[in-house]
Design a protein around this ligand. Structure first.
Ligand code: NAD
Length: 359
């Protein structure tokens, strides 16, 4: 029997609660489709600061290195917000993990189920069937990492510089990921850029256009990021796959997540070359509801499905989890964040149990 090794980094806040219901779902789907898991738990984030003295302890990195994928909860919370910025959980754990493991491709599906359109801030008549968009964001290049990056004293005050840099190679590898994803979906790819102003965007357009010839079944369109921000808020149904450089993707993926209306439903995957990846909910540690047993575990469960798809090539098992989630929503079960009158209100463990039964 195939066995997959997974580093389980639950983190803080609702992280451990949603992880607790996700692992049995993975084990069940494994039994159904003939594979098993070895889960190695390791501390990360605030809990790691408290117990090991830093947000990303060396032992945790070693456990991740020895695994085929990382299933991540989320990190941070008010307790650690007074620490220096570089020591705070998100910055001191997630950014280094991305760098250490070369996680250059961030795939964030934003799905608004037809049954949950009431949660979207968009007028429901514009999204009668909901929507399903995949944001593919470049994660290790661009303005967040380009050099020079500095603040220097001047005669009149200070001068700060960030630098946006991209190479053909960086653009090429993520573009193939976006085209391949589009081929499995509705075969439409939008490159989101600012090619009327930025040199890097001109290189993105040139590179993506050249690669498009290898994917004749996918329609390629270009859209300026300012327009895209408006279109996401007006009519997200027009998009299938949105390919973005790092900063544009950061903003667009959060915007479209907000437009779905239910942060607790959205998974995310960050992929390296080969099959290694990190899988996590799009939301944070939700300190306002942590410890109450009411968090929505679906984002974490769907992140586990993405892990099966991208790291283990277990597409049928991934679809089975996604199908069980969909069925649970269709049956009317809702955690508080997506609840409306007349539906069946359930807590974290209950909804996990129902998804498990639907598997
Ligand atoms: P958040 O996503 O934690 O919460 C925003 C709102 O969404 C809250 O009302 C919360 O209750 C709700 N929410 C989020 N996930 C939910 C779920 N699964 N079920 C039900 N409701 C859910 O964002 P925030 O409040 O800006 O951040 C809180 C902490 O999380 C901060 O310390 C922040 O740094 C951290 N954070 C971590 C990550 C990460 O680990 N990747 C990402 C974002 C924020």
């Amino acid at each position: 029997m195939k066995n997959y090794s997974v580093a389980v980094l639950s983190g803080d806040g609702i992280g451990p609660e949603v992880m607790e219901v996700t692992l049995p779902i993975l084990e069940t789907v494994g039994k159904k489709f003939g594979f098993s898991f070895t889960f190695s738990h390791a501390p990360v984030g605030g809990i790691a600061i408290d117990t090991k003295g830093k947000a990303l302890p060396d032992e945790t990195v070693e456990i991740c290195r020895g695994s085929q994928a990382i299933l991540f909860g989320s990190v941070g919370g008010p307790k650690w917000e007074s620490l220096p910025p570089n020591e705070q959980p998100e910055r001191a754990a997630l950014l280094p993990i991305r760098k250490i493991f070369g996680l250059y491709a961030n795939l964030r599906p934003a799905i608004c189920y037809a049954q949950l359109i009431h949660a979207s801030p968009i007028k429901n008549e514009f999204i009668p069937q909901g929507f399903d968009v995949l944001v593919v964001r470049e994660l290790t290049g661009g303005i967040y990492f380009g050099k020079p990056k500095e603040t220097v004293q001047t005669e009149t005050g200070e001068r700060a510089v960030d630098t946006m840099v991209y190479t053909t190679e960086e653009i090429t590898r993520i573009t193939h990921i976006a085209f391949k994803a589009a081929q499995k979906r509705r075969k439409l790819l939008h490159l989101i850029d600012k090619a009327n102003v930025l040199e890097t965007s001109i290189l993105w357009r040139k590179t993506v256009k050249a690669i498009a010839a290898q994917y004749p079944d996918v329609t390629l369109q270009f859209m300026y990021v300012d327009n895209a921000a408006m279109q996401v808020a007006k009519s997200p149904t027009q998009f299938d796959v949105m390919l973005c450089e790092n900063m544009f993707g950061d903003i667009i993926s959060d915007e479209i997540a907000a437009v779905t209306g239910s942060l607790g439903m959205l998974p995310s995957s960050s992929l390296a070359e080969g099959s290694f990846g990190l899988y996590e909910p799009s939301g944070g540690t939700a300190p306002d509801i942590a410890g109450k047993g009411i968090a929505n575990p679906i984002a974490q469960i769907l992140s586990a499905a993405l892990m099966l798809r991208y790291s283990f090539q277990e597409e049928t098992a991934a679809l089975a989890i996604e199908g069980a989630v969909k069925k649970t929503i269709e049956q009317g079960y809702r955690t508080g964040d997506i609840y409306t009158e007349g539906m069946k209100k359930v807590g974290t463990k209950e909804i996990g149990q129902i998804i498990l039964q639907n598997l």
